[in-house]
Design a protein around this ligand. Structure first.
Ligand SMILES: [Zn+2]
Length: 268
């Protein structure tokens, strides 16, 4: 093998490895369902580090909690109610339903966004029905895309969600939730899911985690968040993770194109 070939091969391995082996596993945590219980919402906002908060629009505490989170330097998301398979008798205000026309949809989305000041992204509340429907998901992504710099996090309440696929097709920055910290409120469940979150972060390099302002969740996060850095993890904002995921993706696309070019060279 010629020296040129050896050099090309080394470059190929380097590009394929992605070059990010030394960065610590990253964790982005979103606390959602903020808007009703002001005491729990305020306690959540005091959590240390770059935690993000998803606020239900049209709720009594929506504006004050969103402003409070923003003033504490936290990121705010619109926690948009999307219709679920099992309908809720106490339906959330400003929710998106399947029977809406496009103009009702647009008006509701705009009102929801206005009711949560400082929102820089959107994630869904419930949504097990609506996230399976390509028509409404496309409307949602088009409305997100029409507003500069908004992104979408799929809460992934059903395995049939097509939200990410439609977001990709529409050019919206989006990623799906990896772990729910509190599928139930038992302290041992939250401890178990927090450990699973760390294992997944090590395995995948980064994770998106959603929790709720339950006392068991807040107790655990107040206790464990300050230890994460010493344990070798990096807590990051949701927007940072999405931005980097996109950067990594374009880097990888670029790298794989270069790999193809280099493979052609090696084949000569
Ligand atoms: Zn929710």
């Amino acid at each position: 093998m010629t020296t040129v070939r050896v050099c090309l091969l080394a470059l190929l391995v380097l590009l394929a490895s992605g070059g990010a082996a030394n960065s610590p596993p990253r964790i982005a945590i979103i606390i959602d369902d903020l808007g009703y219980r002001l005491d729990a919402g305020r306690r959540a906002i005091e959590l240390p580090g770059p935690i993000s908060f998803a606020v239900l629009p049209g709720t009594p505490g929506a504006r004050s909690l969103a402003v409070r989170a923003f003033e504490r330097g936290k990121e705010v998301l619109l926690h948009l109610p999307l219709q679920a398979v099992i309908s809720d008798r106490n339906e959330e205000p400003l929710g998106i339903r399947l029977d809406m026309t496009r103009s009702e949809f647009n008006d509701t989305f705009a009102a929801a966004l206005t009711s949560v000041p400082h929102a820089i992204g959107v994630n869904g509340h419930r949504g097990s029905l609506l996230t399976r429907h390509p028509g409404h998901m496309r409307w949602l992504m088009e409305e997100i895309q029409a507003r500069d710099n908004l992104f979408f996090v799929d809460s992934f309440t059903t395995h049939e969600s097509i939200a990410i696929k439609i977001a990709d097709e529409t050019g919206v920055d989006a990623r799906k939730r990896d772990v729910f910290l509190d599928p139930d409120q038992h302290p041992e469940t939250v401890v178990r899911e927090f450990e699973r979150m760390k294992q997944l972060a090590v395995k995948r390099g980064s994770v998106i985690v959603i929790g709720h302002p339950y006392s068991s969740t807040l107790d655990l996060l107040e206790r464990e968040l300050p230890k994460l850095e010493a344990e070798g993890f990096e807590l990051v904002t949701i927007s940072e993770l999405l931005r980097d995921a996109n950067a990594t993706m374009s880097y990888k696309t670029e790298a794989s194109q270069k790999s193809v070019e280099l493979q052609h060279l090696l084949a000569l």
